[in-house]
Design a protein around this ligand. Sequence first.
Ligand SMILES: C[S@@+](CC[C@H](N)C(=O)[O-])C[C@H]1O[C@@H](n2cnc3c(N)ncnc32)[C@H](O)[C@@H]1O
Length: 217
Amino acid sequence: MSLAALNTELHQVLADAQLIATRLPGLEALQLWLLDPANLNRAFSSEETRRLLDQPPYWSFCWGSGLALARWVLAHPERVRGKRVLDFGSGSGVVAIACAMAGAQQSIACDIDAPALLASNLNAQLNGVDLVMANDYFAVTGDIDLIMAADVLYDSSNRVFLEHFRQRAAAVILADSRVRDLQHPGYRRLDTLQGQTWPDLGEPLAFREVALYGNAN
Ligand SMILES: C[S@@+](CC[C@H](N)C(=O)[O-])C[C@H]1O[C@@H](n2cnc3c(N)ncnc32)[C@H](O)[C@@H]1O
């Protein structure tokens, strides 16, 4: 698995784009291979726009909720230390990597998108940590102590996982910049964090406010 292979994945969407090793604001302990912001400084053709919408390379961005949750993990290592953790919808792997850095016994990056797992793997290498990769949440066996998920509720079909997570793990932590008033009897609001998608997509400022939820059981 190589950076060249990951760039090839990116080129299927944007032919001239490049990944660069990036340190994130307020998360200097961690680096990720992310889309070079210079690649966003031009208009996209209609064909590029179609490809971006059809197969968004989520993994080439660190989403605001992922950034906020990774910072939170490093500020509260006691919440993950010694635990088997699963990061659902891991994208770049930012949260899973933060968990490994914070002393998780095992950190699983789970994503349905194959390039996302490639990105998580390369990003883990970049940071000198080990992750376990999973492309199917339901195929992961064994006990899981903690499930985390950042910016996955944008897809309403993922709401069904809210119940699965509570059944599967003693603790669940969700971070979401799109869903800031989650109405679910099994979850309660823990905090409000700040986070910005990187590279900057020029999203509305309201999306920099990230709701942190925990399971209520
Ligand atoms: C907006 S990105 C967030 C990535 C990362 N958590 C972050 O905050 O930077 C959402 C990710 O969730 C993944 N995803 C969406 N639905 C999923 C599912 N049902 N199972 C696993 N991954 C899923 C997508 O492939 C994508 O990588």
